[in-house]
Design a protein around this ligand. Structure first.
Ligand SMILES: NC(=O)c1ccc[n+]([C@@H]2O[C@H](COP(=O)([O-])OP(=O)(O)OC[C@H]3O[C@@H](n4cnc5c(N)ncnc54)[C@H](OP(=O)(O)O)[C@@H]3O)[C@@H](O)[C@H]2O)c1
Length: 254
């Protein structure tokens, strides 16, 4: 069972990142929480400290990949070395392809793909010389196939999953652990205004518990809830394209 001493988390001002930070802090981890909304991070730090935990906040926009590297190096030195880096920051909103514009697509790619990869690469740079640590990212079950109305989102998460798989292969002998977290639907501000059906929606606290249990158990892939993860990762992945297209169109408003 792995216990984490010092964790770095992106996208910790809200939703899954915030819930994981609270749980880690409750288990004794010093958590460095980052995002753009400083006031929410300060509230989170106060909540953690109020409960007897340890936390530090830093403003960070993961679209600025130089900033990500500089800030992670600075904070790693300040706290004495991260043993968990979690690339969690993400954006996503359903937009039918007929109404898609480039700004929306590039923002999703910049945050979910480039931002996550920048976080993982910077984390790898810090941990590799020490020969230990866990590099984790929150992708999504939506990365398994092209999801209706979520083209950029699905693509960004599929790319992230491929990158994590390669990291796991290449870093296999290095002492570093690589973890791909693939949630189904979780009730957070990201899903609050979604109009499409969200089967087996889980509460954010339950999602964070799944993540933590998987990380502590040393899993490579953490996917949940099983009612959605199992069919998506088995049947869904291998369903013929024509059938997938038909089912997707039937279940999605245009
Ligand atoms: N909710 C779901 O059903 C679900 C399912 C599968 C995967 N996921 C993934 O889980 C992760 C967390 O999502 P969530 O549901 O918890 O959403 P959320 O509540 O909207 O949280 C998203 C977090 O990302 C941060 N963020 C967004 N843009 C950023 C940027 N440019 N730089 C730094 N931080 C940024 C936000 O903070 P600021 O706005 O303060 O920067 C916020 O803390 C995402 O990667 C998402 O794709 C979610």
């Amino acid at each position: 069972m792995t216990r984490f001493e010092r964790a770095f988390i992106t996208g910790a001002s809200s939703g899954i990142g915030r819930a994981i930070a609270l749980k880690l802090a409750g288990r004794g981890t010093l958590v460095v929480v980052t995002a753009r909304r400083r006031e929410l991070l300060d509230e989170l730090v106060a909540e953690i400290e109020g409960a007897g935990g340890r936390a530090l906040a830093a403003e960070l926009d993961v679209r600025d990949t130089d900033w990500v590297r500089r800030e992670m190096e600075r904070l790693d030195g300040e706290v004495g070395g991260f043993d968990l880096v979690l690339a969690n920051a993400g954006v996503g909103r359903a937009v039918h392809a007929t109404r898609l514009d480039w700004d929306a697509v590039s923002d999703v790619v910049d945050v979910n793909f480039r931002g996550a990869l920048a976080t993982l690469v910077a984390g790898k740079g810090l941990m590799l010389p020490r020969g230990r640590g866990t590099l984790a990212a929150v992708s999504s079950l939506a990365g398994t196939r092209g999801m209706a109305t979520s083209g950029a989102y699905s693509a960004s998460k599929a790319g992230l999953q491929a990158f994590l798989e390669t990291l796991e292969i290449d870093l296999g002998q290095s002492g570093l652990k690589v973890v791909d977290i693939q949630p189904g639907f979780v009730r957070t501000p990201m899903t609050d205004n979604q109009k499409f059906p969200m089967p087996f929606l889980v509460e954010v606290d339950t999602a964070a518990e799944h993540c933590l249990r998987g990380l502590e158990a040393g899993k490579s892939v953490i996917s949940f809830p099983w009612q959605l993860a199992w069919p998506t990762r088995t049947l869904g992945r291998y369903l013929p394209r024509t059938l997938w297209r038909l089912l997707s169109r039937m279940s999605t408003p245009s």
